[in-house]
Design a protein around this ligand. Structure first.
Ligand code: HAM
Length: 428
C-alpha cells in the first residue's frame, strides 16, 4: 500500500462515526443541563500560550508538541489540550467583562495533538470533550464538574469507574511541599532518571508523575502533599470531600497524583477505568482547579476549574462494557426501480419523499429486483416503494411495509401531495 495515514491517527469511518455522533450528542445534552455554552478555538496556537500554561517541564510541552515555524517565522503549535486555548480566548475576548455571566462556563469538543507512543486509547491526534468554569472559588464548582463528567459516563452505560482526587494546595502549600520533597529526594538524587534530575530544581513535583520505573520506586515513599496544605487549602479540600460524600459518590484519594499539566492548584481529579482493553488503569478524563492561569495569560485574577476527557477512551470503555448505545441505523424509505425506464421517476420520487421529511435512498445501478430488495434489507428500510414499467403506465407505485409485508398501490399524485399520510398509514 502506497499511502497510509500518519502513525497515531485514525480514520473514523461510516459505521463507527455514528457512535461518535451519539456520544457527542449525549455530551451536548448534558452540557446544556449544566448550562455550559460551546466555545470553538483554533486548532493551533502560538507556542508560548501552551508552553506558559501547561508548563515547560511537562512531558506535553517538552516532548509531545507538534510545533513548527510558519512561513512568517511564527512559532506555532497544534494544541495539545483545550484549557490553555480557552483561557487565551477568555482573556483576548475579555469574557470576564461585566456583560458576561459569572461564573463564565464554556465547553469544547475537538481534536488535540500530542506526539506520544500510540497504543489502545492513546493517539497522536485524539479528541477531547472539556469544560471550563471561570470565576468563583466555591468548592461546589469543583464537585459539579466531577459530577458532570460522571453523569456523562453513566448515561453512556459506563459504570466501572473510579474517581480519584487529590489536592495540590495553594502557592503557600506548594512552596512548603517543594522543600519537603527536595529534602526527601536529595539522598536519592543519583538514582533518579535524567528527566527527573533535570526537573529536580525546576519543578520537583513533576518527579511524582515520572513514568520511569526506578523513579516510581523512589517516590513511593515521598511525603504527601496533603500534610503540607495551608488552612485555606485544607478547608477547600475538606469541603470537596464533604460534597462528594453528600452526593453519594465514592472516591479515592491519591496523594501522589499531580497530573501531567502544571497549571493546577487545590483540587485535581481523574476518572479511571480498569477495562482490560487498556492493559493498565487509565484515565478516561481528568481536571482540576487553576487559580493563576488567567493572570499568567494576561487577564485579571480569575480562578478556574474544569476537566477534559478523551473521546477515544470513552468509546473503548463503552465497548468494554458491552456497548448498549441505542443507535438509529435504519432508513425510512428505499425506492426500487425495475428497468432503465424508471430512472427519471425514481429520481423524482426519492427527492419528493426526502422533501416530505423522510430519509430515503434508491437504486442507481439498474439492478434486478432481488438485488435491490437485498439492499433495502441491508439498509433496514422500513418502507419500500417499487415502480416498474407497468406502474409507470398507470402512474402508481407499490408501497410496502417491510416488517409486516403489507402492500398498497398508491397513485404518484398522492405521494407528491402528502407522502407523510401514506407512510403513516402503511406503518401503522
Ligand atoms: P489531560 O489529563 O492531559 O488533561 O487529558 C484529558 C484526557 O484526554 C485524558 O484523561 C485522556 O482521556 C485524553 N487524552 C490525553 N492524551 C491522549 C492521547 N494521546 N490519546 C488519547 N486520549 C488522550 C487535559 O488535557 C486538561 N486540559 C484537562 C482540564 C480541563 N483541566 C482543567 N480543565
Amino acid at each position: 500500500m502506497k499511502y497510509q495515514r500518519p502513525r497515531g491517527t485514525a480514520d473514523i469511518l461510516p459505521g463507527e462515526v455514528e457512535k461518535w455522533q451519539f456520544v457527542e450528542n449525549t455530551a451536548r445534552e448534558i452540557f446544556k443541563k449544566y448550562q455550559f455554552k460551546e466555545i470553538r478555538t483554533p486548532m493551533f496556537e502560538h507556542y508560548e500560550v501552551i508552553a506558559r500554561s501547561v508548563g515547560d517541564t511537562t512531558d506535553i510541552v517538552s516532548k509531545e508538541m507538534y510545533d513548527f515555524y510558519d512561513k512568517g517565522d511564527r512559532h506555532i503549535t497544534l494544541r495539545p489540550e483545550g484549557t490553555a486555548p480557552v483561557v487565551r480566548a477568555f482573556v483576548e475576548n475579555k469574557l470576564y467583562g461585566p456583560e458576561f455571566p459569572k461564573p463564565y462556563k464554556a465547553y469544547y469538543i475537538g481534536p488535540m495533538f500530542r506526539y506520544e507512543r500510540p497504543k489502545a486509547g492513546r493517539l497522536r491526534q485524539f479528541h477531547q470533550l472539556g469544560v471550563e468554569v471561570f470565576g468563583g472559588e466555591n468548592p461546589a464548582t469543583d464537585v459539579e464538574v466531577m459530577l458532570l463528567a460522571l453523569d456523562f459516563y453513566t448515561s453512556l452505560g459506563i459504570k466501572e469507574l473510579k474517581l480519584v482526587i487529590n489536592s495540590l494546595g495553594d502557592k503557600e502549600s506548594r512552596q512548603k511541599y517543594r522543600q519537603g520533597l527536595i529534602d526527601y529526594l536529595t539522598p536519592h538524587y543519583d538514582e533518579l532518571s535524567q528527566d527527573s534530575k533535570n526537573r529536580f530544581e525546576k519543578n520537583p513535583l513533576r518527579i511524582l508523575d515520572s513514568k520511569d520505573r526506578q523513579d516510581k520506586i523512589i517516590v513511593a515513599n515521598a511525603p504527601s502533599i496533603l500534610d503540607f496544605l495551608s488552612e485555606k487549602s485544607q478547608n477547600h479540600f475538606d469541603t470537596v470531600k464533604a460534597l462528594l460524600d453528600y452526593s453519594g459518590v465514592s472516591f479515592e484519594i491519591d496523594h501522589r497524583m499531580v497530573r501531567g499539566l502544571d497549571y493546577y492548584n487545590d483540587t485535581i481529579f481523574e476518572i479511571m477505568s480498569e477495562a482490560k482493553v487498556f492493559g493498565e488503569r487509565v484515565a478516561l478524563g481528568g481536571g482540576g482547579r487553576y487559580s493563576g492561569l488567567v493572570e499568567e495569560i494576561g487577564g485579571p485574577e480569575t480562578p478556574g476549574v474544569g476537566f477534559g476527557l478523551g473521546f477515544e477512551r470513552t468509546l473503548l470503555a463503552i465497548e468494554a462494557e458491552g456497548d448498549t448505545l441505542p443507535l438509529e441505523d435504519s432508513i425510512d424509505v428505499y425506492i426500487v426501480g425495475l428497468g432503465e425506464a424508471t430512472n427519471l421517476d425514481s429520481f423524482k420520487l426519492v427527492q419528493a419523499i426526502r422533501h416530505a421529511g423522510f430519509s430515503a435512498d434508491r437504486d442507481y445501478m439498474n439492478r434486478g429486483a432481488k438485488a435491490q430488495f437485498k439492499t433495502a434489507n441491508r439498509l433496514k428500510a422500513k418502507v419500500v416503494v417499487t415502480i416498474g414499467t407497468e406502474e409507470i403506465e398507470q402512474q402508481v407505485a407499490r408501497v410496502k411495509n417491510m416488517a409486516s409485508s403489507k402492500e398498497e398501490i398508491v397513485p404518484w399524485t398522492d405521494i407528491y401531495q402528502d407522502f407523510a399520510s401514506i407512510y403513516q398509514k402503511i406503518t401503522n
